[in-house]
Write a protein that binds this ligand. Structure first.
Ligand SMILES: C[S@@+](CC[C@H](N)C(=O)[O-])C[C@H]1O[C@@H](n2cnc3c(N)ncnc32)[C@H](O)[C@@H]1O
Length: 211
């Protein structure tokens, strides 16, 4: 499959230690949280700020939790991820799709179907992030936000080489590069929302952009 590479990234940037199909790695459900409670609270606060009540949201690379603010009602939340048991257990989802974005980056949704999208602690697993973000822009209405969050933890064997090579500032710049290469994104913000004081909980970084 051809791939859009952001400028200055060598092709090996998207290699992973474990190149077996993702379906094998995600076959077993993991009913765990991947960052600590204070970092999750920072994610939830971002969603409070960027996702209006009653909007239709896409939780891309979703699991059994979406970290959406419990007090806010959304019209619809669709999850897309790798493990059906996790997605079925997610109480915020009105619908879910099991899809390997590294095999099939076309999203099974209509143009401008959503008013916002989240990618939480997962962007580092995408081997074709530019194509996925181009598709994500297509399914968001103009002006809708994507909130991409990450910390300093990952499944090492499944994260791309470029992620391992960079520090947190580099991760923020890398995600910005993805968005710029995908095209059609504007108002890109790079945010450090790490709980304070630093070092007492997982850090939390975000890249927010508008379709
Ligand atoms: C670290 S978990 C994070 C889950 C969830 N977003 C959260 O905040 O807890 C990584 C998620 O990325 C999803 N994922 C990993 N590789 C994927 C792929 N190739 N296609 C689609 N989803 C993928 C998995 O299903 C998994 O739920």
């Amino acid at each position: 499959m051809s791939q859009s590479l952001p400028p200055d990234l060598p092709p090996g940037a998207f290699r992973r230690l474990d190149e077996t199909p993702d379906a094998e790695f995600y076959r077993q459900p993991r009913f765990v949280t991947h960052i600590d409670d204070r970092a999750i609270a920072a994610v939830t606060q971002l969603y409070r700020e960027y996702f209006p009540a009653q909007s239709a949201l896409l939780d891309l690379m979703s699991s059994w939790v979406s970290h959406l603010p419990p007090e806010v009602a959304y019209r619809r939340v669709v999850g897309l991820g790798m493990n059906e048991q996790e997605l079925r257990a997610n109480p915020r989802l009105s619908r879910y799709v099991v899809q390997d974005l590294n095999q099939q980056h076309a999203l099974p949704f209509q143009d401008a179907e959503f008013n916002g999208a989240a990618i939480c602690v997962s962007i580092d697993y995408l081997t074709q992030p530019v194509e996925v973000l181009r598709e994500l822009r297509r399914v968001l209405e103009p002006g809708a936000p994507v909130v991409v969050t990450f910390s300093n933890r990952c499944f090492p064997s499944k994260a791309i080489a470029a992620w391992h090579a960079l520090d947190s500032r580099g991760h923020l710049a890398l995600v910005r590069t993805y968005l710029e290469a995908a095209g059609g994104w504007h108002s890109i913000e790079l945010l450090d929302r790490s709980p304070q004081p630093p070092g007492r909980s997982d850090p939390l970084y975000a890249v927010v952009a508008r379709a």
